[in-house]
Design a protein around this ligand. Sequence first.
Ligand SMILES: Cc1cc2nc3c(=O)[nH]c(=O)nc-3n(C[C@H](O)[C@H](O)[C@H](O)COP(=O)(O)OP(=O)(O)OC[C@H]3O[C@@H](n4cnc5c(N)ncnc54)[C@H](O)[C@@H]3O)c2cc1C
Length: 422
Amino acid sequence: MTDRVYDYDGPPRVCHEGHVYYESDVMQERYDLPDVGQREQTVADVEDRLDVVVSGGSMGGLFAATALRQAGHDVTVYEETERGKMRERGAGIIAHPEMLTYLEEQGIADWDQIATHTNRTHHLDQTGKPVDVEGHATYTTSWDTVYRNLRDDLPEGTYRMGKETTGVEQHADGVTVSFADGEQVEADLLVVAEGYRSPMREQFVPERTPEYSGYVAYRGTLPESAVLPEYPSTFSDVYNLYHAPRSQFLTYPVPGPNGEMEKGERRINWVWYYPFEEGEALDDLLYDNRGTQRSHSLPPGLMREAVREQQIAIAGEILPPQMEWLVRQTAEPFVQCIYDLAIPQLVFDDVCVLGDAAFFIRPHMAAGTAHAAADALELAESIYNADDLDTALAEWERDQVEMGYRLVEEARRRGDRYTGQF
Ligand SMILES: Cc1cc2nc3c(=O)[nH]c(=O)nc-3n(C[C@H](O)[C@H](O)[C@H](O)COP(=O)(O)OP(=O)(O)OC[C@H]3O[C@@H](n4cnc5c(N)ncnc54)[C@H](O)[C@@H]3O)c2cc1C
C-alpha cells in the first residue's frame, strides 16, 4: 500500500497505512487440522494424545486450547484472574477476517455474532472534516466478545480461574506445573500464554524485558446510544483516524458489553496514542485515585480526575471537535502503556511460549489477537502433522519467531512515525 501525505496543521506526515490484514498473512486461511465434525471422535481416537496445561486464559490461551482440542489433545487452561474479574479489559479489537472465519468454521460463533464492521475509513483534519476517504470494510469486535465465545466453547472444568502458575519443573516425560495455591499438575506440554508481563517467560529469557515505546494508549468506550443523538452518523459506520503532531486518534464501533450487535446498542471505542515520558510524567498518569503507583496500565475507574481534566484540555487544543467530545464524555478512560518485546527462542524442552508473552506487537497493525491465534493454530497443526513432539515444536518455533520479529519491527516503525518519533 502506498504512503500518502496527510493534510493536517503541521509538518507533512504520512497517514495510516491500513492494518496488516490488508497486506499480509498473519493467519493462514486454512489450517491442516481435523474438521469440526470429526472433533469429538478425534479426541477419542488420537493415539499420541497429549495432556496440555495452558498458563493464561486470554486470547492466546483460549485459541491454544481450542486448536489443541481440535487436534485431539486434553487441554486445561489455568487463568490467574478470579472469576468475574476478566471483564475490565473489554475494549475494542480490529478483527482479522481469517480469525472470524476460523471461529465460524469451528461452530464457535458466526461472523455477525462476534464482529461488527465499518464501511469506510475517514482520515480527518483538525476541523473534523474527512480529507481522505477509503471505501473498504474494517471488521471490529471486542476483547470480551471473543473471550466469551471461546470460553463458552470449552468443556466444563477445563478453564480454571484464580489459578496462578508459579513454576515448572521439567523431567524426562514432561513437566510438573505448580500453582500459587500449592496444587501441582503433570503434563506433556506447558503452553505459556501469560501476556507480555509473563513471569514464566522471564524465568526462561530473563535478558528480554518489554521496552517502553515512549507513548501510551489513552482510551475509552461510550455507549453508542449516548453518541448517536450528538453525532448521528459520524461514528457508527466509519473508522475515523486523526493524526496530530506526536499523536494519533482513532475510533470504531464495537459490540455492546454483552455482545450486542444492533446499531444503538453497541459501544464506540476510541484510542488516543499519546506520548508520556518515562519517569515523572508517566508515573503521574499511572498514579491511581486510590493512592497506588501503577506501572503498566490504569484500568477503567482508577484515573485521578486531575489527570482526566488535563487530558481533556489537551484534547481541546489538538483534536477535532468530535474526538474532543468523546474524550470529554468518557467518565472512565483507561491507559495501556505501549511496549516492544521480541524473544528469539519460544521452546524450552516441553514448554512453549506464545502470543504477547513472546512478542508485544504495538497495536498499529491490529495484529495482536490474530498473532496469538496464529501461534496457537500453527502449534496444533505442527503437532498434528509431525512424527514427534520435539520435531513439531522445533518447526513451529522457527516459523513463529520469523513472523513475530517481522510484525514487531513493522509495528514499531509505524508507531514511531505516527507519534512523531521518526
Ligand atoms: C491499546 C491496544 C490496542 C489493541 N488493539 C488490538 C486490535 O485492534 N486488534 C488486535 O488483534 N489486538 C489488539 N491489541 C492486542 C491484543 O489485545 C493482545 O495482543 C492479545 O490480547 C494478546 O493475547 P495473549 O493471550 O497473548 O495475552 P493477554 O491478553 O495479555 O493475556 C494473558 C493472560 O495470562 C494471564 N496470566 C498472566 N500470568 C499468569 C500466571 N502466572 N498464571 C496464570 N495466568 C496468568 C493474565 O491474567 C491474562 O489473562 C491491542 C493491545 C493494546 C494494548
